[in-house]
Design a protein around this ligand. Structure first.
Ligand SMILES: *Cc1c(COP(=O)(O)O)cnc(C)c1O
Length: 422
């Protein structure tokens, strides 16, 4: 039996996280045996230029020496103690220094844990249960966040996964991203019921959708007016759009922030933090409970510290954005030459393309892209050794080891792939 057949017998869909199964693009996924810089190699020895980068964490590329060395050094000292470590303090210091809203922080093991706990804290601090999220923003898989898309009006949430009881999501309201008027209307009417507004300040889980000018500023103002906490889920944007995350880039400071992905250097880490008066409500200084056997794991903090130290020292963001912008330009040109409408953009190391005319401002608009054409293009690109995220609703990533040669190789392959899949 080949690996894919073995995997499918043993694991639902053959995978440990659904999107890895290539459901949105068809075809069988490949199994990775190693990563090196911007490349990954599958178990058949085929190599792919990687624009997925473990879905965001690997901003230095695969097996970067500073990360490998840091993990190596820690490994022989032990993998977990269940007691405080200097590495945990160092990572907390870095996050507090670099992320404007973070006065205090707690380390956890995933983005899901971070957002789940940030919501608990927001509810505890405000004494309110309801919260607002935006269609297409992903905040991990905790029950209250798994809510069907609204349709232009604030709706009571309906679960979009079996097993999520209605009682878990009746407190979740959903509105379209970039629709400040709708948020103002909702909070004007029932602001005193809302604990928090959660969002990805730059959307990366519905394709790549930046905030319109004034959207983040407007949210800051309207939440403050109604005593509602503003929570930026920067699990993806943190250290991807810039050193200070989206809040540094746009100059809007939320009350709470969640992080993950890049801050773990490819090992499992999440974090949430923000205003001191809020964070001090967490146990053991306060009554809001949260805990984790592997929280602040020493291997993970070693990798995260090494990666963040490198980023702080080298400030690679202008170069990353230059690569990502030229990549987007090239991809758009190739699609247009092949007769397909396309739009897209890049910020820092994140980028995205929609197969429809722009601008795309929301998940609702993103859904109008040509999904069938994307499927064909994805396969054609993969056959030419380029690994783009296997869904039209994912952001793309570049790393510091994607260079001129990789850009050239990519754009040549993209040109062939768009023509072949027209
Ligand atoms: C990936 C992601 C999460 C979930 O993080 P996990 O580590 O996969 O649990 C939450 N929010 C955003 C914005 C993400 O991109």
């Amino acid at each position: 039996m080949n690996l894919w057949d073995r995997a499918r017998t043993l694991m639902p869909g053959g995978v440990n996280s659904p999107v890895r199964s290539f459901g949105a693009v068809g075809g069988d996924p490949f199994f990775v045996r190693r990563g090196e810089g911007p490349w990954i190699e599958d178990t058949e020895g085929r190599r792919y230029l990687d624009y997925v980068q473990s879905w965001g964490p690997l901003i230095l590329g695969h097996a970067h020496p500073v990360v490998v060395d840091a993990v190596d050094r820690q490994l022989s000292l032990g993998t977990s103690y269940g007691a405080p470590t200097e590495g945990g303090v160092e990572l907390a210091e870095r996050l507090v220094r670099l992320v404007p809203s973070m006065e205090m922080v707690r380390l956890v093991s995933s983005g899901t844990e971070a957002t789940m706990t940030a919501l608990r804290l927001a509810r505890a601090a405000t004494g309110r249960d309801r919260f607002l999220k935006f269609t297409g923003c992903y905040h991990g898989h905790a029950d209250p966040f798994l809510v069907a898309a609204g349709s232009g009006v604030a709706t009571l949430g309906l679960p979009n996964s079996p097993g999520v009881p209605e009682s878990s999501v009746v407190t979740t309201a959903v509105l379209p991203f970039n629709d400040l008027d709708a948020v103002e209307g909702l909070l004007r009417e029932r602001g005193e019921e809302f604990a928090a507004v959660f969002l990805e300040p730059v959307m990366g889980n519905a394709g790549f959708i930046p905030p319109e000018p004034g959207f983040l500023e407007g949210l800051r103002e309207v939440t403050e007016r109604h005593g509602v906490l503003l929570v930026f889920d920067e699990v993806m944007t943190g250290f991807r759009v810039g050193l200070g995350g989206a809040q540094g880039l746009y100059g809007v400071t939320p009350d709470l922030t969640t992080l993950g992905k890049v801050i773990g250097g490819g090992l499992p880490v999440g974090a949430f933090g923000g205003r001191r008066d809020l964070m001090e409500r967490m146990a053991p200084t306060g009554p809001v409970y949260q805990a984790g056997t592997l929280s602040g794991n020493p291997l993970a903090t070693a990798a995260g510290n090494a990666q963040l130290a490198w980023l702080e020292e080298h400030d690679p963001y202008p170069g990353l954005e230059s690569y990502a912008s030229r990549l987007v330009e090239g991809v758009l040109e190739a699609f247009r030459d092949a007769g397909a409408p396309a739009s897209g953009q890049a910020i820092g190391s994140m980028w995205g393309v929609f197969l429809r005319e722009g601008p795309v401002r929301s998940f609702e608009e993103a859904s109008e892209g040509d999904a069938e054409r994307f499927r064909r293009f994805h396969r054609a690109a993969l056959e030419r050794g380029i690994f783009f995220a296997p869904s039209p609703f994912e952001a793309g990533f570049v790393s510091v080891v994607h260079g001129e040669e990789e850009l050239e190789v990519t754009l040549r392959a993209v040109r062939e792939a768009t023509a072949a899949s027209a």
